[in-house]
Ligand binder design. Structure first.
Ligand code: ZN
Length: 401
């Protein structure tokens, strides 16, 4: 399955014939006398009973080894290491479902023109990705649980009469993300700052990050919510506090900074608020785009333009991550619709993704450098070249070990 991920084989149907091709057998290191590896049914069954901790350990150990080898030593902005957190829904189905499917009801037009409400099953995950100038690596993911699998905290269960309490709703992204972030910090203690979208701009989440010893840069959108409301009032009509011209991206950036806001009741500390207004010099006719960020912990040391750069780097998780995983890898194809099977498969695919990214930028440095800044395209190009070269394993008779 690791090689299936690495070579982007698109389905079990496409994999089946490969399991008896000489090239593939050599590639995966099968014994020479073997004519066939196994059936895809065997693979599917194996995924369903795979121990998830072992599968996760494959990917985790790759990232940890890179860290020990000082790959991330220099950090990024402000010499810090960043993790972006976001929600991800790789697929949905109106037919098949499993014990961990979430469900929503959608209105669908029937053959006779009438509209009916049908259940749609889907899986959603909170995802944690290391974001960096080059190394965007998957650190961990956590499924959002359906209501019948949720364990209710004693506080939330108050007032309910039964001793075993079931939740009324499927889990929200924040709950799964909080669980995820704790595990990320426990596993990768060298992570410094978490980066999140406006969903995370709330007191309880900021409190969690602070308790874990993490800094945070979170996008704030709601102008009526504290502490952004207070910051906007203080800034009023003030001219920008700082003006930065970025020659490389041809942008003019106006910045406002408010260091110690205490108006968010649900957070015990001080929060810094930064606003950046970006004008693209190449398109002066386009209206400038404005970003507001909440900053706590270790991220407080960043200059305001760096805070903005970190917040904007959040697109790495959507572009290098989610988009690439579905458009170029096969994460949206359901190889096996089984709660354990899906997660086991994802862990192996993520191990392949991390390994490939590290290989590209550590071992083939000039390959990455010569192909410009577009990480996704560079990785795809490399995979195409690897596929072309695969046949040489046969003709050159090279040892797959
Ligand atoms: Zn399912």
């Amino acid at each position: 399955m690791l090689y299936t991920g690495l070579l982007r084989v698109r389905s079990f149907n496409a994999l089946e014939p490969k399991l008896q091709e000489k090239t593939f057998l050599r590639f995966v290191g099968a014994q020479r006398e073997r004519m066939r590896l196994c059936s895809v049914d065997t693979l599917s069954r194996a995924l369903r009973v795979t121990d998830l901790e072992s599968a996760r350990a494959v990917s985790v150990s790759i990232v940890q080894k890179a860290e020990r080898n000082k790959v991330f030593r220099e950090g990024w902005h402000g010499a810090l290491r960043y993790v972006a957190i976001d929600g991800w829904e790789p697929f949905s189905s109106r037919n098949r479902h499993c014990s961990e499917c979430l469900v929503r009801h959608v209105r669908v037009k029937q053959g006779d023109g009438s509209v009916a409400e049908v259940p749609e099953y889907y899986h959603r995950f909170a995802v944690a990705m290391l974001i960096d100038k080059r190394f965007d690596l998957l650190l961990d993911f956590e499924p959002l649980l359906p209501k019948d699998l949720r364990r209710i905290t004693p506080k939330a269960a108050k007032g309910k009469t039964r001793s075993v309490v079931k939740a009324d709703e499927d889990e929200g992204e924040l709950t799964a993300a909080t669980r995820l972030l704790k595990r990320v910090k426990q596993t990768f203690e060298w992570i410094d700052v978490v980066v999140g979208d406006a969903l995370y701009a709330n007191g309880p989440f900021l409190t969690t990050t602070t308790k874990l010893g993490l800094g945070a840069v979170i996008i704030a959108r709601k102008e009526g919510d504290e502490p952004l409301k207070e910051a906007l009032q203080i800034w009023g009509n003030q001219p920008p506090h700082k003006l930065v011209e970025d020659k490389e991206s041809r942008e003019s950036i106006e910045l406002w900074d408010c260091p110690e806001l205490e108006t968010l009741q649900s957070y015990a500390g001080k929060i810094r608020c930064v606003r950046g207004r970006v004008t693209r010099l190449a398109h002066p006719d386009k209206p400038p785009s404005t970003w507001c960020m909440l900053v706590v912990g270790k991220a407080l040391r960043l200059a305001p333009e760096k805070v903005l750069a970190v917040a904007r780097a959040r697109w790495h998780i959507e572009n290098t991550g989610f988009h690439q995983w579905t458009a170029r890898w096969q994460f949206d194809h359901v190889f096996t619709h089984h709660a354990n099977g899906i997660r086991a498969l994802f862990w192996l695919f993520f191990a392949a993704f991390n390994l490939l990214t590290l290989f590209l930028y550590c071992q083939l440095r000039s390959y990455g450098r010569d192909r410009g800044k577009h990480v996704t395209r560079t990785i795809s190009r490399l995979v195409d070249e690897m596929l072309d070269d695969l046949v040489l394993l046969d003709t050159a008779g090279c040892d797959s070990s």
